[in-house]
Design a protein around this ligand. Structure first.
Ligand code: VGL
Ligand code: ZN
Length: 219
């Protein structure tokens, strides 16, 4: 897929959770999380004229914080009203410095910022539907109003917010492509063996999501 295959009228880049809270030195660091910034900046300066960003944005005491559940530790799972929910260290706290979009991210072509996870009792990995799989963010209607048919996703973390967003993008009818080297993942071990990285990849490929590299798009 070469760069001239991008049609800026109907293709949009979605930049997921590029926030210092998910980078080395942050509260929920993803290994090499900061490495996505220059790659995403090249995409934003090149083939894509239009982009949106998402921002994980939790109130203090959020249900997804292990600290909200006495005796529970980060990366354990609890049963929320809507099903299993992984617990995390406190992260992406509304208004905190590390919850801002990364200062080096080129925001010139970012036309919408979707904040998510702001309801205390519902987490939201996906930028379309919260983790109850019912509460919408309105993004699908915005993309459709903008004439977008194909969505390219990048950012953090591959196996959570990028993967859940990609899955919902397919559900809402978008052709969905993940730009692999513009993502980094968490990789939690699964009881069934393997990690959340392997599981996400298998699930997304099964849904018809394609994986490309930034080189494919910039060539
Ligand atoms: C994320 C876990 C908790 C993500 C956000 O951005 O992938 N992961 N909150
Ligand atoms: Zn979060």
């Amino acid at each position: 897929m070469a760069g001239n295959m991008i049609d800026p009228a109907t293709d949009m880049l979605g930049v997921v959770d590029v926030q210092p809270t998910f980078m080395p030195g942050g509260e929920l660091p993803v290994v090499e999380g900061d490495a996505v910034v220059p790659v995403i900046n090249r995409l934003l300066a090149g083939p894509f004229l239009h982009a949106f960003a998402t921002q994980d944005w939790h109130p203090r005491g959020h249900l997804s914080f292990a600290s909200s559940h006495p005796g529970r530790k980060p990366f354990e799972s609890i049963e929320a009203s809507y099903g299993p929910q992984t617990l995390w260290p406190d992260h992406a706290v509304q208004g905190s410095a590390n919850a801002a979009l990364h200062r080096d991210l080129d925001q010139r072509r970012i036309e919408l910022i979707v904040r998510k996870g702001f309801r205390r009792e519902i987490d939201s990995y996906s930028t379309f539907l919260e983790n109850d799989r019912r509460t919408g963010t309105g993004l699908d209607a915005w993309l459709k109003a903008r004439g977008v048919t194909r969505l390219f996703l990048c950012g953090l973390a591959t196996d959570f917010c990028v993967a859940w967003s990609a899955e919902n993008a397919v559900h809402f009818g978008f052709t969905t492509i993940v730009v692999e080297d513009a993502c980094r993942g968490i990789g939690l071990p699964l009881p069934s063996g393997g990690t959340t990285m392997d599981a996400a990849r298998t699930r997304l490929e099964g849904l018809g999501v394609r994986f490309v590299t930034s080189h494919d798009l910039l060539a």
